[in-house]
Design a protein around this ligand. Sequence first.
Ligand code: GLN
Length: 538
Amino acid sequence: MARYIFVTGGVVSSLGKGLSSASLAYLLQSRGYKVRLRKLDPYLNVDPGTMSPFQHGEVFVTEDGAETDLDLGHYERFSGVTAKKTDNITTGKIYSDVLRKERKGQYLGKTVQVIPHITDRIKEFIKHDTHKEDFVICEIGGIVGDIESLPFVEAIRQFSNDIGKKNALFIHLTLVPYLKASDEIKTKPTQHSVKELRSIGIQPDIIICRSERPIPLEHRKKISLFCNVDIKNVIETVDVKTIYEAPISFFNQKLDIQVLNYFKLKSKKPANLNPWKKITKITLNTKRYVNIAIIGKYVELKDAYKSLDEALTHGGISNNLKVNLIRIDSEKLKVSEIKNKLKNVSGILIPGGFGKRGTEGKIEAIRYARIKKIPFLGICYGMQMAIIEFARNQLKIKKATSSEFDKGGVHIIGLMHEWEKSGRKVKGTDKDLGGTMRLGSYDAILKDKSKIRDIYKSRLIKERHRHRYEVDISYKEKFEKKGLIFSGLSPDHMLPEIVEFKNHPWFIGVQFHPEFKSRPLNPHPLFSSFIKAAKNHR
Ligand code: GLN
């Protein structure tokens, strides 16, 4: 049976529970164990798909098509384990499952309550769909003391009793602040947070103390004493310069060893930190850099394009250089400013997006990249905008647009069921494609002798999608005559997946989101190639 590690947070949010869980997963894997990572989110949305990136940061998409919390991205990037639909659940989903069951009369006349019905559903989630994992690491979103997280904390308390304390470990991550005015490190918030946790029945086994500076032994002893945790299990995590240092830092603090000791397990092989050391060195020491402009709607929020920012950094790592991201708000980008704003960039990227606002600036920036031969990568919405730009300016279809934001005009981008209604034969909508999102992994076939085929070095690729609208395949020939090649198509040749412009050093649009599959230890070829082109640009 798997052993369960529950990670809770205290004092403040954003302490890096996701990164800590992901680093621990890497270390345990590296020592020869099979690990799975899961996240329990306390908000009432059924999934984060409907939340604005301004609220919640990026929506991460799994291979099997779930819209999940961005922490699952960290998990995948650090552990290399592909996350599944069954790895993220929210309070909203739990309640909707329980209420659906109640409506069907499946509780046989009982009063439906938080305990046991909600907690039972949470416990079911924690243990279902596991496959011979040695460890399941479950992160609880939010912080201890929040009203919302109470049922989760209660559920993990019960769960640990159900499976036996020796099979469950509680890690609590807290803040140990440094007060400049008195030049002191304070342990009180940690003591209070643990007190809060204990008042709802959980005694942490390991405390991870996040701090700006190293925590002196006497302070760690104090935490050990007041929180009733062995001093060896009071682990400090001092701010790292790059996230790639996190696994190294936890290794140095012996987090993985303490976890194994708790379960009375031995390391099957020595942990290998070399890959992280190598990329940390590149990230911290490389002086050379390229400027890449990201033109999108949510650039002001740091986490809104998390996987994308990461994937670009990975592309830099594989080219031994730093990627300097210039974030440009597409809603504020005036056409007259484009030349000036983009004058020092070596690559232009238009990410995924929704809705009309900011589209004209994006389209104009794409025109600039095309004409000035600046490396360009359009992702999902970015590819759709590139199609519109090309149609307007090269195919001279002045009213070319997408039905997503313009009900009039020529819909080169649209919903398949709209084309079907107008009497055209289109791909079967057996997967509910029309009007709903195309989510998760889909195959694409790459054209012989194309740039993209060269980049992927494979004829068949699988990439993750998250969109409703598609490029109308019936325009393929018209585009190709002018040099914009449809170099990747769905296996039935009905859906354009990739376009590339022949008369340009590097101009590619993809209907999917390659950023979800890039990993620091295995950078995505498309990002490596894009950054290489940017490097060669000047
Ligand atoms: N809004 C576009 C669509 O739904 C693109 C979505 C995206 O970029 N992820 O098709």
